[in-house]
Design a protein around this ligand. Structure first.
Ligand code: PBG
Length: 343
C-alpha cells in the first residue's frame, strides 16, 4: 500500500513488523546515544600544527587557510600558552623560511639558530610541559622546494638522509621532544634513530610519516611555508602513489623495524583505510594528519555558509578515531579543544 494511505489509516499502529532486534532502540534519546557511543574525541587526541616565521609581534594570514596564520616566535609562545591552557598535548612546528635564507642544499635547516630552533627554545623556556614535534625535511629551506637534495633533476636518497640526521639532531638540541620525518627518503628513520642516540638523545621520540602520499591536498600548506611557487616538478619519486595500500604497510613495517615510536598517515580523511590497516597491522600509536587542503575545504565551505563548519569539523575528527587513530594533527585543534572544554 502507498505510504500516505498507511499513514492515514486509523489502524496504522497495528502494522507491526515482528522484529526481535531494533537498532533504533539504542538511539532513542541523547542519554542512550551517549551511553552506547563507541568512540570519543577528547583534547588528548589533538596535535596542533603551527607556522613560525621571523619578525616580532606579527601574525600573517594565509589566504588559502582562512583562520590560520604564520606566527613570529613571540606569537608562537602565546599560541603555545593558549594550547597549554586548553590542555592540547602537543604542537607541531613548521617554518616559513625567509627566501633569502633558502639555498639549493637547504643549509639553513642545520642552523641551530634557525626559526624552528628559536621557536623550540622560546616555547620550552615558557611552557615546558607542552610536547613539541618538529618536521624533518628540507623543503622549507631549499630554493627548489623539494624535501631532499636535488641533482640533475633527481632527489638523492642517501646523501639527503645524512643531512636529515643532522637536522634532527639540531632540532633535538634545541628542545624538540618528537622528531617527525616527513621526507619519505628510504632508511631515514633508522639513520635518525642512530644519530639521535649517538648524540645522547635516546629519549627523543620519532613519529614517522610512515605513509605519506603524493597529494594535491598539501596545496595550501605550500602557500603557508612559501614553496607553492618555487617547487620545481612534483614529489612523486619519493611520496607514495595514491593508488597504493599494500605499499603503505611495507613503508610502515620498515619504519617500525627502524625504531619508529609512533606512525602517521597523511593526508587524513581520504586515506582512512590506510589508518585502519596500519593500526591493525602494527598496533603502534598511530596518528592521522588532517592536512591543509582538508582544512581549507571544510573551512572554505563553512565560511560560505554551505556546510555547518563546527559539526563537520567534529564529525571528521571522530571519523579518525573510528578508523583507529590515536590522535590527529589538525589546524582545528584549538577550536575543537575550546568546544570540547566548553562541553
Ligand atoms: C613537507 C610537508 C608537507 C606537509 C607537511 N610536511 C607538504 C609536502 O610534502 O609538500 C603538508 C601538511 C599539510 O598540507 O597540512 N615536508
Amino acid at each position: 500500500r502507498p505510504a500516505a494511505e498507511i499513514a492515514a489509516a486509523p489502524e496504522r499502529s497495528g502494522h507491526r513488523l515482528d522484529l526481535p532486534v531494533r537498532l533504533r532502540r539504542n538511539r532513542k534519546a541523547d542519554w542512550s546515544r551517549r551511553l552506547v557511543r563507541e568512540n570519543t574525541l577528547t583534547v588528548d587526541d589533538l596535535i596542533w600544527p603551527i607556522f613560525v616565521m621571523d619578525g616580532k609581534a606579527t601574525r600573517t594570514p594565509i589566504a588559502s587557510m582562512p583562520g590560520v596564520e604564520r606566527l613570529t616566535v613571540d606569537e608562537a609562545v602565546r599560541a603555545a600558552e593558549f594550547a597549554a591552557k586548553l590542555k592540547i598535548p602537543a604542537l607541531a612546528i613548521f617554518p616559513y623560511v625567509d627566501p633569502a635564507r633558502r639555498d639549493e642544499m637547504g643549509s639553513e635547516a642545520l642552523n641551530g639558530a634557525n626559526v624552528v630552533c628559536r621557536a623550540l627554545r622560546a616555547i620550552k623556556a615558557e611552557i615546558p610541559d607542552i610536547g613539541l614535534i618538529t618536521d624533518v625535511a628540507l623543503d622549507p629551506f631549499t630554493s627548489h622546494g623539494h624535501d631532499g637534495l636535488l641533482e640533475d633533476g633527481r632527489i638523492l636518497n642517501d646523501p639527503t638522509v645524512e643531512v636529515l640526521v643532522r637536522q634532527a639532531v639540531t632540532q633535538a638540541a634545541a628542545g624538540a621532544d618528537v622528531i617527525a620525518p616527513s621526507d619519505m627518503m628510504d632508511g631515514r628513520v633508522g639513520a635518525i634513530r642512530a644519530g639521535l642516540d649517538a648524540a645522547g638523545f635516546e629519549d627523543v621520540q620519532i613519529m614517522s610519516y610512515a605513509a605519506k602520499f603524493a597529494s594535491a591536498f598539501y596545496g595550501p600548506f605550500r602557500d603557508a611555508i612559501g614553496t607553492a611557487k618555487t617547487l620545481t616538478g612534483d614529489k612523486r619519486t619519493y611520496q607514495m602513489d595514491p593508488g597504493n595500500g599494500a605499499e603503505a604497510l611495507r613503508e610502515a613495517a620498515l619504519d617500525v623495524e627502524e625504531g619508529a615510536d609512533m606512525l602517521m598517515v597523511k593526508p587524513g580523511l581520504p586515506y582512512l583505510d590506510i589508518v585502519w590497516r596500519v593500526k591493525e597491522a602494527f598496533g603502534l600509536p598511530t596518528y592521522a594528519y588532517q592536512v591543509s587542503g582538508e582544512y581549507a575545504m571544510i573551512e572554505g565551505a563553512a565560511r560560505n555558509g554551505w556546510v555547518e563548519g563546527d559539526r563537520i569539523m567534529l564529525e571528521s575528527l571522530m571519523a579518525f578515531k573510528r578508523a583507529g587513530a590515536d590522535g590527529i594533527l589538525t589546524y582545528f585543534a584549538p577550536r575543537v579543544a575550546e568546544k570540547l572544554t566548553a562541553g
